[in-house]
Design a protein around this ligand. Structure first.
Ligand SMILES: Nc1ncnc2c1ncn2[C@@H]1O[C@H](COP(=O)(O)OP(=O)(O)O)[C@@H](O)[C@H]1O
Ligand SMILES: [Mg+2]
Length: 245
């Protein structure tokens, strides 16, 4: 009979197969996340190393060079105006190169995150945005449990991208950065009152910026939610379980 159900042992066997497949999928997902997190760890370690090298190597040498040029300048006679002009140009170039080196180093991995931890690092990010863009940034951080370095880095990178976006795209007057913990879940919110954008586009954005943020959060069992509309500001919320299980 073609319409008859398969015999019970066959159903049991199908169910067992289904369970095995499900388990394998779950194991693959865990492995994928573990590998993804390892890639991020290596990348952050490398950034930290490069940041130190830039600061302590190239940065120190440029400082020494500036100092030497200053010494040469102090030995010039008042008549050597032409040489003095050229020397001053060289010193200005040197100062710019030193400033660029320092900001590149901070961009790669700000030492404040490793030396003082997440909260000072978030305040530092907020101050940076305030000083460069002139937007008013309020930071609210509730008392948090002790977070490991990886989670701190994750939260820092999400906040960094969200604040950069608020500075670069939103034309906001004020931004709120909030970090709280609710029932074992960390919530990082970045809310701006800027011009907003089509959040449907953001939901599918892959690769850089928001897409990268979403992918990175997923590796830690987290999610990214964006509510935005043209003219209506942007509310971004990242959630990360404290115990990704
Ligand atoms: N806070 C924001 N306010 C307004 N527009 C935003 C905001 N954040 C993101 N966007 C829009 O979403 C786009 C994608 O952002 P993102 O993925 O970070 O890429 P990128 O910053 O490199 O352009 C931006 O180009 C911008 O148009
Ligand atoms: Mg961006």
């Amino acid at each position: 009979m073609s319409g008859a159900l398969p015999p019970e042992p066959a159903i049991a066997e199908l169910q067992a197969q289904y369970q095995r497949l499900l388990q394998r999928l779950e194991a693959n997902e865990r492995e994928f996340r573990r590998l993804g997190r390892a890639v991020w760890r290596v990348q952050e370690d490398e950034r930290r190393r490069l940041a130190r090298e830039l600061h302590d190597g190239l940065g120190q040498n440029l400082t020494a060079l500036k100092h030497r040029l200053g010494q040469i300048g102090s030995q010039l006679t008042p008549q050597q105006t032409d040489v003095r002009d050229r020397l001053e140009t060289a010193m200005a170039l040197c100062a710019t190169a030193l400033e660029d080196t320092r900001s590149l180093s901070r961009l790669l991995r700000p030492p404040i995150l490793d030396d003082l931890g997440l909260e000072p690092a978030l305040n530092w990010l907020a101050r940076g945005l305030q000083d460069t863009i002139g937007v008013d940034v309020v930071v609210e951080i509730e008392a948090l449990p002790l977070l490991d370095g990886e989670l701190q880095t994750l939260l820092f990178r999400v906040a960094q991208e969200a604040l950069n976006n608020a500075g670069k795209h939103a034309r906001a007057q004020s931004v709120l950065l909030r970090l709280v913990q609710r029932e074992g879940v960390l919530q990082l919110q970045v809310i701006d009152d800027g011009r907003g954008f089509d959040a449907a586009v953001a939901a599918t954005a892959g690769g850089s910026g928001l897409g990268g943020m979403r992918e990175r959060l997923r590796l830690y069992g987290g999610t990214l939610e964006i509510r935005s509309s043209p003219g209506g500001g942007t509310r971004l919320r990242a959630t990360i379980p404290l115990d990704p299980g």
